[in-house]
Structures are given as C-alpha cells and as structure tokens.
Design a binder for this molecule. Structure first.
Ligand code: BES
Ligand code: MN
Ligand code: ZN
Length: 497
C-alpha cells in the first residue's frame, strides 16, 4: 500500500472516498463537521433520520456527493467521543479497510489521525493506522495458484492531518509505521509457511537475505559448529529429525561500539511433532507455528533495521525440527547442555526449552544489557491467558514492567506470571541436575523456571507466545505477535518514543 500525508481543507480534497468519523450522541469529528457544513448538512440529516448512530464499528457508505470534489463519503461510527481509544482506532481502521476492499475502492483519504485519544499524539495515531491497515491487507496466499487479485483493490491511503500538525512529524511517523508493519508482515509470512518449506536451513537463508538487504551482520552455525560449542541439549532435539539444525545470529549495530547490546532469542522450531512423546494428530498442522518466536525476532530485526534504530540489537534463533526419527531423544535420556548442567528428558515434547537453554547460554558472550526470549513454549500458557496476552516471566521485575508497558502502548499486550522457587522445585530429577518437565501443574511457570536456570548471568525476560502467535479456526493464521511489543520496547531502550 502507498501512503501519503496531506494537510489543507477537508472540503477541497479530491479523492475516491473521504473516510470520516462520527460519534454517538450526534457528535462528529472536526473534518466531518466541516464537510457537513459544505454539503448542506448531509451528515446531520443522516443522524436525524437514524441512518447512522455513531455506534463503534458502524459503517455507512454514501456513493455520491454532488457538492464535493470527492466521489464518495464513508462514515464510520466511533462510539462515545470521550471514550475513544487506541484499541477502538484499530478496530475502526480494520472495519474501514474491509469495507473499502469489498466496495473495490482503490484510493481513500482517511480523516482519522485527527481523532483525539488520551496518551496518543498524532505521530502515534498515524503509525497505528498504518500498522493496522497493513495488518488488514495481509494475504496468506503465497502458495495459492489463484492469488485473489481482485480483493486487493485498495492501493493508496492519504492520511489527512489538521493544519496545526507538523508535516515533518507526520512523515516520520509514516516511515516508522511502515517499518513496524513490514516486520509484523515478515513474521506472519514466515509463520504461515508449512514445515516442509520453512525448515531450519530455509529460515537461516531468509535471515541471511534479510541481513544482506538491511546491512546487518548474519552468522549461521551448522550442527558441526554447535557440537564444537557443546550444545548437547539443542543437538539432542535435532537428532530426531533429518533436517539439520541451525543457530541463526543477526546483528543490528545502530548504537555506539561500546554499548552493550540487547539480545533477542526466538524459538525457531519449524515443526513440533512432539518427538517420541508424539502429539495427538488433531490440529498437529498448527505445530508449524512453533517457530513463531524466531519469526517474530527476525521480523523485529527487519523493523528496527528499516527504521535505523540507534541501538545495538542481536537476534539468536535456535532452529530445529522435533521429530520421532530413529536417533531421537527417548524419555529418560540424559543430555549435557552447553552450560554443563545435565537434563533428564522425561518428555521429548518439552523440546522448546531444550533448544532455548543452549541459545541462552550462547547469549552470554555478547555481554548483553538484557536478554528477551520469545517462544511458543507451553500449551499451559494458552490455558492461563488465552489469545489475548503473552505471558511474561523475568528475573528482573523492572524489565517485566518495561515489557508489559510496551505491550500496552503498542496494543500487543502481555501479562506477568510468577517465577518463584516453589515452582522451580518441580523440576527435580533423581538422575540429572534437572528434569525437562515439572509435572501437570503450572506448566507455563515450570517451563520458565527451567529457562531461568540458564539466564542467571544477565537481566532476562521470557515471553510465552503460545496463545498469541497465531489464530486457529476459520481465521487460522500467524498474527506477527509480539513484533509490535518488541519494537516498542526497543524504541524505548533507544530513548525514542
Ligand atoms: N510447542 C509446544 C507448546 C504449544 C502447544 C504451543 C500447543 C501452542 C499450542 C511445546 O513444545 C510443547 O509441546 N509443550 C508441551 C510441554 C509439556 C510436555 C510439558 C505442552 O505444552 O504440552
Ligand atoms: Mn513440543
Ligand atoms: Zn514446541
């Protein structure tokens, strides 16, 4: 989609469609009231007749307006003016895009950036509209032969800002919004690819290509290199599969040489069959999404590289399949991780932590200012938080707070869960330093406690995105979460936003 910023007089805009906001109790946005005056009260008349109530999500398309240079008006209900919020702006943006696509309108002028939202300035609102518009236009048809071209009518959105707003600020917001949207989009594309295409080596190739396009450093470790590093835990998972594992490392150097980097670690399990502790077959296809942590980290790297974020950030993506091949881990096997700690593998389906622990040990060498790992780690987290919030666990509370705030601000929410010793005790093994499972209770917490045993050297947080990374059912597809949260967090660390 192409985006433009424009200032001027609403009634003079030449456009295929003016998108204007109306509120409950017969209120309307500033631009809507200007248009209303120049059209002899066309909007007021509709409100009086009860054709539009201003209820949030209501959409009314006026296909002809004789007194304006614009061809059409699309009125969108925004609910109560006082209670208008960022979440509602996202909802109406999605509704408007859907209506424009259905009506095959190829260009529109949005008078939405002007809508007041407490705690969100014009730059934020522009970013948000672009991110949501791109989200709504995403199509998962990469592998369909008929690309549904006709449903992509919309080609250009002009964002109208009031005369008092700064053009420079708005233009910067446009660039930032597009960068974040492209990161979300990349994470979704990678997530939606099936396991037979998106293998560990494919993911590594994609990361290399991204690095080339955006002048980042890329380093890919194969199994031999990982053996040299004694990554016995990660490699034990990969032994059950014919696809070789990869450790993907991407480096964005936006800060000073001396600045300690933030390290993002993403679980890149390209298909999780469970291994010998094999999963039931219902919905097993969705385990292609078990690399969404890795995809979100790669997407975030794309976004921050595109926006040239002045910060040093390193991404580490351990990538493997989890399959029941002849040499696979067997329940009861004991492996030695890169940290030297031994692990009794009581359930081969708890493999995410096995590949992450070695990546987290590897992260130490970068002397990071913080490490955030992102993983579709546990079904238990889906039970606890559903699809609305990612789980946050941290050995440093201010870091958890920072992530939760970033999630709130970017509309990509997360919620903290405990990491207490009481739970850690559930990982006791009779034969090794720890077991890889902690029993049926509090599975999301014991998984995090397992990781915590490998992250004592630095400030660390873990995001369990098992419930948020993709949607099931009719809307099955990757969400690109938590790219928005991570971008927000990193912008905060860079002293921006
Ligand atoms: N990738 C899964 C977690 C998962 C399951 C995410 C369902 C989203 C939906 C992970 O590798 C796994 O299998 N975890 C097990 C752990 C258990 C064996 C302790 C789980 O959650 O069942
Ligand atoms: Mn598993
Ligand atoms: Zn898994």
């Amino acid at each position: 989609m192409e985006y433009k910023i424009k200032r001027g007089s609403p009634e003079k805009q030449r456009s295929a469609c003016l998108v204007l906001a109306v509120f409950e109790h017969q209120a309307m946005s500033l631009s809507a009231s200007i248009i209303d005056k120049t059209t002899d009260g066309i909007i007021t008349a509709l409100i009086k007749r009860g054709d539009i109530t201003g209820e949030c999500g209501e959409i009314v398309l006026l296909p002809r307006v004789d007194s304006l240079p614009a061809e059409r008006i699309l009125l969108v209900g925004c609910g109560s003016q006082e209670e208008f919020s960022s979440r509602k702006l996202n909802q109406i943006t999605a509704d408007v895009i859907q209506k424009l696509q259905q009506s095959k309108i190829n260009e529109a002028t949005f008078f939405l950036p002007e809508l007041n939202i407490e705690g969100s300035d014009i730059a934020r609102r522009i970013e948000q509209i672009i991110i949501q518009a791109e989200y709504s236009c995403y199509q998962s048809d990469a592998l369909k032969t008929d690309k549904k071209n006709n449903s992509k009518a919309l080609k250009r959105i002009t964002l109208f800002i009031g005369d008092s707003s700064s053009l420079a600020t708005a233009r910067q917001a446009l660039i930032t919004g597009q960068a974040i949207a492209s990161g979300v989009n990349l994470a979704r594309q990678l997530g939606d690819l099936p396991g037979n295409i998106c293998t560990p080596s494919y993911l590594a190739d994609q990361a290399k290509e991204l690095a080339r396009d955006f002048k980042m450093k890329a380093k890919i470790l194969n199994e031999k290199a990982m053996e040299k590093l004694s990554m016995g835990s990660l490699l034990s998972v990969s032994r059950g599969s014919r696809q070789e594992a990869r450790l993907i490392i991407l480096e964005h150097k936006g800060g000073a040489d001396k600045d300690a980097p933030i390290v993002l670690v993403g679980k890149g399990l390209t298909f999780d069959a469970g291994g010998i502790s094999i999963k039931p077959s219902a919905a097993m296809d969705e385990m292609k999404y078990d690399m969404c942590g890795g995809a979100s980290v790669i997407g975030t790297m794309r976004a921050i590289a595109e926006m040239k974020l002045p910060l040093n950030v390193i991404a580490i993506v351990p990538s493997s399949e989890n399959m029941p091949d002849g040499d696979a881990n067997k329940p009861g096997d004991i492996v030695t991780s890169m940290s030297g700690q031994t692990i009794e593998i009581l359930n081969t389906d708890a493999e995410g932590r096995l590949i992450l622990c070695d990546a987290l040990t590897y992260a130490k060498r970068f002397k990071p200012s913080a490490v955030i790992d992102v993983a579709t780690l546990t079904g238990a987290c889906v039970v606890a938080l559903g699809a609305h919030a990612s789980g946050v666990f941290s050995n440093y509370d201010p870091l958890a707070r920072e992530l939760i705030d970033a999630g709130e601000k970017s509309l990509d929410r997360a919620w903290q869960m405990p990491l207490w010793d009481d739970y850690d005790k559930q990982l006791k093994s009779n034969f090794a330093d720890m077991a890889n499972i902690g029993g049926p209770k509090a599975g999301a917490v014991t998984a995090a406690c397992f990781l915590a045993r490998y992250t004592k050297a630095y400030d660390w947080a873990h995001l369990d995105i098992a419930g948020t990374a993709w949607l099931s059912g009719d809307d099955k597809g990757a969400t690109g979460r938590p790219v928005k949260l991570l971008c927000e967090f990193l912008r905060g660390r860079a002293g921006l936003a």
